[in-house]
Design a protein around this ligand. Structure first.
Ligand code: SAM
Length: 223
């Protein structure tokens, strides 16, 4: 069994129900998300704040890949936070904490690296600007802001991304439907104004979605 398969199996085995277990396993095996974020964060020691963490799978994945930074996940879905806490405890992971709250009105005060994965589409454009500004304040000098988002483009991938998010809402996996997808230009403009060097690159792997990885680096890059 490959390392990827072992990690997916182990993390999925911590999930409470069969549906969530299968979903988590197949996401870990098919989506380049966590592996790509690992490549950005490996070897780093600053605390990581994961905004919209869901069940905190990123944190568990980073631990399984040997990352040791303190990790705090934050999400407004109380059920996911409770499930995530259960998984952290069951898996015996150290230094991973999770808390519930709405990123529209608050973010934990921690400073270091920040990740925002697949949540911007639930925010209106003005709300995205505010969220990115608040996240930026939590990125320490030399820190990284790692974002994945579907970006608005006139192509089939974008349409499939939107349909996927509508489906997630229809089957109650998400508490909300998507309201607005940012453009690449919007991301660059907002993050450069916040003082980041910005890199935007396609990040869909073998999935049909129009996802991009957006990495903001504050000051010089410390890997
Ligand atoms: C598609 S999921 C991504 C979960 C996680 N980032 C990952 O990639 O594994 C989007 C997450 O954003 C959370 N979310 C949406 N709006 C939010 C808000 N206003 N405040 C905090 N979390 C929010 C949802 O509850 C959900 O867990």
């Amino acid at each position: 069994m490959s390392n990827t398969k072992e990690i997916a199996k182990r993390i999925a085995s911590l999930c409470k129900g069969v549906y969530v277990r299968n979903y988590t396993r197949s996401k870990l095996l098919s989506d380049p998300l966590y592996g790509g974020v690992f490549e950005e964060l490996k070897g780093r020691e600053m605390p990581l704040l994961d905004v919209g963490c869901g069940m905190g799978i990123l944190g568990l994945y980073l631990r399984e890949r040997g990352c040791e930074m303190p990790i705090h996940g934050f999400d407004y879905d109380g059920r996911k936070i409770e499930d995530g806490k259960f998984m952290v405890e069951k898996g015996g992971y150290e230094g991973i904490t999770l808390s519930q709250g709405d990123a529209r009105s608050e973010l934990p005060g921690q400073e270091g690296d920040v990740s925002i994965l697949d949540i911007l589409q639930f925010f209106e454009e003005d709300e995205q600007r505010v969220l990115l500004g608040e996240a930026a304040k939590r990125v320490a000098p030399g820190g990284k802001l790692v974002i994945r988002s579907g970006l608005q483009e006139k192509n089939l991938r974008f349409f499939v991304t939107w349909l996927g998010d509508l489906f997630a809402r229809a089957c109650f996996w998400m508490k909300a439907a998507p309201v607005h997808y940012p453009t690449s230009e919007f991301m660059r403009t907002v993050l450069e104004k916040e003082g980041f060097e910005v890199e935007v690159r396609p990040f869909w792997g073998k999935t049909p979605f129009n996802n991009y990885l957006i990495v903001g680096i504050r000051g010089h890059l410390i890997k």
